[in-house]
Design a protein around this ligand. Structure first.
Ligand SMILES: [Zn+2]
Length: 428
């Protein structure tokens, strides 16, 4: 058999021996300890490096990316000033402006191995300018990235004029998922109604749900439980994601215990966003300052599926970032105290297999015979080393085609006695 691509000596996550991976017509066709006799158009010896399925950004805002400083920088760094600045920027959004920024940011993510992106799109805009632009982007990037769009009511479904109608219109235009923002509605009752409305709309359009939920340090913000109850009521198990859930950081342990069991029972996914959560939460604290991020480790232990998002990349809420999900995973490892050896292995799942479950793309995701040949070669021999070094994604493949390459940086130190110096490899 003549293969198109043959990867030699690949390390797979949680597998001890090295394997060879054969690709034909865009699919994985053989994975075995030794395919040395096989021939291929392109043979690539990866010399024991880690080969993983593509990274997934389960939560980002492509309409807001790369707008930092427009019309002004966030002086306090807070979530609320961010929302204020965004409302000032929104009237100047144009179709071309949104498309250009989104396409550029997607290139950043793809270059670093993220080939699936779930983006929330602010639909609190009577013209739905950003949504119309991103619907085109979703189509245009299909050769490099699969994009899901969530109808996201930034200013509220009930607290914004015609919020319900705008959400419905967004679904009619072709949004993939229904969003929500219950904790931001004016009252507790309106927040509950925000969730109920999202579920009713999701049922009507037969779509999945992903709500910003309890993104606050307020331990009285308890809408994630409403999402779980509605999930069971509607029979939407596995189709619902609660994003952020930062209030869970501040719940008392007795309530958190109850909630974790309910989320597991309802099979509600949780998405944490380490960059934004740690930067935006804890802002009303003096000292000690809360980290804000939800209880990732405890959710996993309770059997809840957890994944990560980048959330912001150079926007009014988070001025920095370069769209690297591996960097997001490393930060989550620190913030969530997941530095035990096995826990470090689990952290890689947060941006790969767990996230695939959130996006419900498992049928075409993973390094398995019969699936599309989408994968990354990391310049590291293991998940442990990948999370330590945040190394270059040397090769990025989608459907058997190499869509991105990166040449790793090389450092050289020259002692006084050395003319050429010695390369530093950062390995003990
Ligand atoms: Zn968000």
């Amino acid at each position: 058999m003549q293969y198109d691509v043959l990867l030699r000596h690949a390390r797979l996550h949680r597998r001890a021996d090295l394997v060879d991976i054969a690709i034909k017509d865009g699919m994985f066709v053989a994975i075995a300890a030794d395919l040395a006799q096989a021939t291929a158009t392109r043979a690539l010896d990866v010399e024991g490096r880690l080969v993983v399925p593509p990274f997934i950004d389960a939560h980002v805002h492509l309409d807001a990316v790369l707008t930092v400083g427009q019309p002004r920088y966030n002086a306090t760094g807070t979530l609320l000033e961010g929302i204020q600045i965004w409302s000032e920027r929104k009237p100047s959004l144009t179709h071309t402006d949104v498309k250009q920024r989104a396409l550029e940011e997607i290139r950043w993510e793809v270059a670093q191995g993220t080939l699936y992106i779930r983006s929330h799109v602010d639909v609190c805009d009577p013209n739905l300018t950003a949504l119309r632009a991103l619907l085109e982007v979703r189509q245009e990037v299909r050769d490099i990235c699969e994009l899901q769009l969530v109808a996201f009511p930034q200013d509220g479904i009930l607290s914004f004029p015609n919020g319900r109608e705008l959400m419905r219109k967004a679904m009619e235009l072709g949004c993939d998922l229904v969003g929500g923002i219950p904790h931001y509605e004016w009252t507790r009752d309106m927040g509950v109604e925000d969730v109920h409305y999202a579920f009713a709309l999701a049922k009507e359009f037969q779509r999945d749900i992903d709500c910003h939920c309890d993104e606050t340090d307020d331990p009285q913000s308890r809408f994630t439980e409403v999402m779980a109850a509605d999930t069971l009521e509607y029979g939407w198990q596995g189709r619902v994601t609660a994003s952020h859930c930062t209030a869970m950081h501040s719940y008392d342990n007795a309530y958190a215990f109850k909630l974790l069991r309910l989320l597991a029972r309802a099979q509600v996914n949780v998405v944490a966003n380490p960059f934004d959560n740690v930067v935006l939460q804890g802002r009303f604290d003096t000292y000690p300052k809360r980290r804000g991020i939800t209880r990732v480790k405890e959710l996993l232990a309770a059997g809840v599926n957890v994944a990560l998002g980048h959330d912001s990349i150079m926007d009014p809420w988070f001025p920095l970032g370069r769209g690297d999900m591996l960097a997001a995973a490393q930060l989550a490892l620190f913030l969530c105290h997941m530095s035990g050896y096995e826990e470090i292995q689990d952290v890689l799942d947060l941006i790969t297999t767990n996230a695939a479950k959130v996006l419900r793309v498992q049928d075409r995701y993973g390094i398995e015979v019969g699936k599309p040949a989408d994968f990354l070669v990391l310049d590291a021999p293991s998940a442990f080393e990948a999370l330590r070094l945040v190394p270059a994604r040397l090769h990025v493949f989608k459907g058997g085609r190499e869509i991105a390459t990166t040449t790793p940086a090389r450092s050289v130190v020259r002692r006084a006695s050395e003319q050429d110096g010695q390369t530093v490899h950062f390995h003990p």
